[in-house]
Design a protein around this ligand. Sequence first.
Ligand code: CA
Length: 247
Amino acid sequence: MVRTHNEDCFHIDPALQIFVVADGMGGHSHGEIASRIAVASILEFVRASADHDRTWPVVYDARLQRHSNRLRAAIRIAHDDVLNAIRQNGNLQGMGTTVVGLLLDGETAAIAHVGDSRAYRLRDDQLELLTQDHTWVNEQVVAGHLSAEQARSHPLKNVVTRALGGDSEVMVDVQEREVRAGDLFLLCSDGLTTMLNDAEIREQLRSEEPLDVVCRGLVRAANARGGLDNVTVLLAKVESAEENPEE
Ligand code: CA
């Protein structure tokens, strides 16, 4: 409601089962550039690696399943692509982006993130935050120096400690979750979660409305609180968790 640019970017590819949200930062419209580079780069790698398990130049992590490795490698390569864009154009110095991605494969969901874009899962009416924000305030909460409520209103609440395009190396958090029919995954930028708390998000997700209506309802609710930031909400509902789903 306030910004002239949309620094968020997202993509859904049901055939590849990849879902991504990125939230860019940087002066002028550079945040927009960073989030678009990241999303395009992630999709390209996920598409190119669909039928093999090479993650070069990223080292394959044998503890993780194949699709988790693909998602992790895609995000690492997206980081390099953002850094390369900065190297080629000095004006882009300082741009970066957060990202959260979900890649489904049969009975397992791979979830990976960098920064404060989040993934949640609604299962049996319970909303679970799956990701830990890479922010200074969240580190303080984890260390016991701030309460979650204090963190929400802290002046440094927007400071992210990890981003694509930041330090030369980026650490990507990757997790694997077993998937059940009926699971509802939510990916979002912080424009949603700085405006609505988890209880409010859960209330909206529990509605029986079609997913696009629920998405719009969440964006509308965030905007009604002032909408100080761009808001991106992406929902993916699991119809079937079989190895070769019919649809
Ligand atoms: Ca944001």
